[in-house]
Design a protein around this ligand. Structure first.
Ligand SMILES: [Zn+2]
Length: 113
């Protein structure tokens, strides 16, 4: 597994995540579509928040099982959390770490969930 670095736009929130990200998921639900997130899922043990815990706000909707975490300052959502799973927004991984050109994008119809 590789170690990736990520952040929100203003760099208040920074994190490290272990994984092998060759594919990401986009979803057409009312939330993902608006934010334009590209997601990959990892167990909580592979995710480390390095800074910005105080700068994160949580948004919940629908069944309220997912904590959508976004930065109070710049509004970017670097990740979300549901139980022991963290959904990483691959758009928040540093370009030098992630080859976004070769990333395989899977389109999921979250509308149906
Ligand atoms: Zn920020």
């Amino acid at each position: 597994m590789k170690k990736y670095h990520g952040s929100c736009h203003c760099q208040a929130v920074t994190f490290e995540v272990d994984g092998d990200f060759t594919e990401g998921m986009t979803c057409n639900c009312s939330h993902c579509k608006r934010k334009g997130v590209v997601l990959a899922f990892v167990p909580k043990s592979q995710f480390r928040l390095l800074s910005g815990a105080d700068n994160l706000t949580t948004y919940k909707f629908n069944k309220k099982v997912i904590d959508h975490k976004f930065c109070k300052t710049c509004g970017v959502q670097p990740f979300g959390q549901a139980g022991d799973t963290v959904a990483i927004n691959l758009n928040c991984i540093e370009d030098s770490d992630l080859d976004t050109e070769s990333l395989i994008i899977k389109k999921v119809s979250g509308k149906d969930f």
